[in-house]
Design a protein around this ligand. Structure first.
Ligand code: ZN
Length: 246
């Protein structure tokens, strides 16, 4: 079982009736229910909990963290962001959804502005699988569509992804790198674009499939721990090799 923590700022749902109608228990609960059949041990965490629900105990017992945030990025305490960063460096997987592109943790991990174009016009999004051999695309067709979404367009100011998995086209004409993977330290990061709060995106089966695949891909594998610093030689180094000839 993969230990999955779903973090949501949980702000829009409390103040916007349109969002509350779509996600009455919050985006985090909708995702938890949508992923319930997966081999995941799921817990949720939100901004208003103590330490944003991301205590040392929770983070140490999280294999993969999902992050959804938008209007409250600035309210996330730097100490907590640093703890999440440290866990990613040590191997925790991180799935950053939609407007999480502007979260403190994603910007810290990317080192760029992570800015992009956007428009809220309820237009169609078509997500093309551009890396059909990648485990994150398992079970998908050549593409899938969302009838209504917010538009995110290039240029998206991110470092070149290690792997580009999905590419979005929007009805208004823009394109966007909507499924990007990165490695930072021992950790794996997957950015996945869809999920504007005023559309029922997280009930879409293809979207849930991508997120489930992303969690499985980002889960840590128990490989050798890296060793740094001054090192003793494994073999006897011959003094001869240090002699200057001639
Ligand atoms: Zn949005």
């Amino acid at each position: 079982m993969i230990k999955l923590t779903i973090w949501n700022e949980y702000e829009h749902e409390k103040v916007n009736p349109k969002v509350a109608a779509i996600y009455p228990q919050g985006i985090h609960q909708a995702l938890a229910e949508g992923l319930a059949a997966q081999p995941f041990e799921i817990r949720t965490a939100t901004l208003d909990q103590s330490e944003h629900g991301l205590t040392e105990e929770v983070l140490n017992n999280t294999d993969v963290l999902i992050w959804w945030g938008h209007k409250a990025h600035g309210k996330v305490e730097d100490d907590i962001v640093n703890c999440v960063h440290e866990r990613v460096m040590k191997g925790m997987g991180l799935i950053v959804l939609h407007s999480g592109h502007f979260s403190k943790i994603f910007k810290m991990l990317m080192g760029t502005s992570c800015d992009l174009r956007w428009r809220e016009a309820g237009e169609k999004e078509r997500l093309w699988v551009v890396n059909p051999a990648h485990p994150i695309t398992e079970g998908l067709g050549s593409y899938f569509e969302l009838e209504q979404e917010e538009m995110y367009g290039e240029h998206f100011d991110i470092p070149a992804p290690d792997e580009l998995v999905l590419l979005s086209w929007f009805e208004g004409g823009e394109v966007f790198r909507s499924g990007c993977t990165y490695h930072r330290g021992q950790g794996k990061i997957f950015y996945f674009r869809p999920g504007h709060e005023t559309y029922p995106t997280y009930y879409n089966q293809d979207v849930l499939q991508v997120i489930a695949n992303g969690v499985k891909w980002a889960a840590p594998v128990r490989t050798a721990r890296p060793v740094y610093g001054k090192s003793e030689p494994l073999e006897t180094i011959s003094a001869k090799s240090l002699t200057v000839i001639g």
